[in-house]
Design a protein around this ligand. Structure first.
Ligand SMILES: NC(=O)c1ccc[n+]([C@@H]2O[C@H](COP(=O)([O-])OP(=O)(O)OC[C@H]3O[C@@H](n4cnc5c(N)ncnc54)[C@H](OP(=O)(O)O)[C@@H]3O)[C@@H](O)[C@H]2O)c1
Length: 363
């Protein structure tokens, strides 16, 4: 009994606070103290409050999980109740705060950001819908979130764009991503812009999509060059931006290697042990664009004409900023089996993989 009391009183005392547990953030008019306390890990309290717009998506879920695990309170703006519900167990009690929002509603955005010391904007869509075109999501939406955050005195803003963002691009998606960056910088000059390449991971639209519909990846004869990056590496960079001082610049995050779609088709084929892609017909660009235009008449997302354009554009060859960020990006071969094993048959589930030879690429 006495031993139990001693143990409890020791646990209640917890670790001592030190000077480095206090961080002071400069806000618009004042300074904001952030005090971390509690044990390390899931039940820690880092003192930070973050808002992640687009947290219900592929990258957002990993980022929210990483931040919540560090003891950060994460505001989760959602449109669909079910999408936000699965995020609840990512953090300790009270650490994941769900708030309904609409990208066109300033008051709701302000409610989501008013207590936060860093706001991430991960909102993006790679196809247009009846209600939201690329312009309204990537340009007007991004500007609104950044402007409201600035008005609410949020000290830091991180905006996720795309490696290929360019106003001169033939793709409307890449054009609007570049315009969005400009608008964000205009209203929140100290914002950090993060430009990842195409991301792969468990729920990606890259490896999974290749395994399911290989013919769409034979466009341009499979010669288009791509620099795929692991979603967890990008999420780690974003999470690391929270405790580090403001980086008011653009960070490029391409994958470690430049590959072709043809190689990715070979890779998926080798890992899943299915030679599906050699039978898949190569669709000419004109035919693909026509099919994509017709496909816009159904209400579920299928390949869009802009995506056909993007499949013909090589990824930008800008150098990555990984070294500075202290992260080594993962090669796709190291993880492909983890994400693709589920496409194998039961008979071949545990068979070893023979990776295809990488083609020489002239960049
Ligand atoms: N995936 C990639 O390969 C890749 C590569 C480079 C850059 N990026 C960029 O990285 C960011 C995150 O990518 P991701 O793959 O995680 O995207 P994702 O899975 O498609 O998720 C996009 C997020 O944006 C939200 N969103 C989209 N349209 C919206 C709207 N009109 N109003 C409110 N919310 C909206 C979605 O909310 P709902 O769940 O409510 O729809 C979702 O939370 C995006 O900006 C994307 O363009 C992605």
């Amino acid at each position: 009994m006495i031993l139990l009391r001693v143990q409890r009183s020791l646990a209640a005392a917890g670790p001592k606070r030190a000077y480095h547990d206090l961080v002071t953030l400069p806000t618009a008019n004042t300074t904001k103290p952030i005090v971390s306390h509690g044990p390390p890990g899931y039940s820690a309290v880092s003192g930070h409050v973050v808002t992640i717009f687009g947290c219900t998506g592929f990258l957002g879920r990993y980022l929210a999980s990483k931040l919540a695990k560090m003891g950060t309170q994460v505001i989760v703006p959602y449109r669909e109740e079910e999408d936000a519900r699965i995020m609840k167990p990512m953090g300790d009690l009270g650490q994941i705060v769900r708030m309904e929002w609409d990208i066109r509603n300033d008051a709701q955005i302000a409610e989501c950001v008013r207590h936060s010391d860093i706001v991430y904007n991960l909102v993006g869509r790679d196809y247009e819908t009846k209600n939201f075109d690329f312009q309204s999501v990537h340009v007007a939406g991004a500007e609104k979130i950044a402007a409201v955050s600035a008005d609410c005195g949020v000290p830091r803003f991180v905006h996720v764009s795309h490696l290929n963002a360019s106003v001169d691009s033939p793709s409307k998606f890449y054009q609007t991503k570049a315009l969005g960056e400009e608008r964000v910088k205009a209203v929140f000059p100290t914002a950090t812009i993060v430009r990842p390449g195409a991301m792969y991971g468990f729920e990606d639209k890259l490896l999974n999509n290749i395994a399911v519909s290989p013919w769409w990846w034979k466009l341009n004869g499979g010669k288009t060059q791509i620099r795929p990056v692991h979603v967890l590496d990008v999420a780690q960079v974003l999470a690391d931006l929270m405790p580090t001082p403001q980086m008011s610049r653009t960070l490029s995050l391409p994958g470690p290697s430049t590959l072709t779609y043809e190689y990715l088709l070979d890779l998926v084929s080798a890992v899943t042990l299915r030679s599906f892609h050699s039978y898949a017909p190569a669709v000419p660009r004109g035919v693909a664009t026509t099919i994509a235009k017709i496909a816009q008449n159904v209400w579920w997302p299928l390949i869009s004409p802009d995506e056909v354009t993007r499949r013909h554009l090589n990824d930008s060859d800008v150098p990555g900023d990984w070294t500075e960020l202290g992260i080594t990006p993962t090669e796709i071969e190291a993880l492909a089996l983890t994400f693709l094993r589920r496409y194998r048959s039961t008979d071949t589930y545990t068979d070893p993989v023979a990776f295809p030879t990488r083609p020489a690429i002239s960049v």
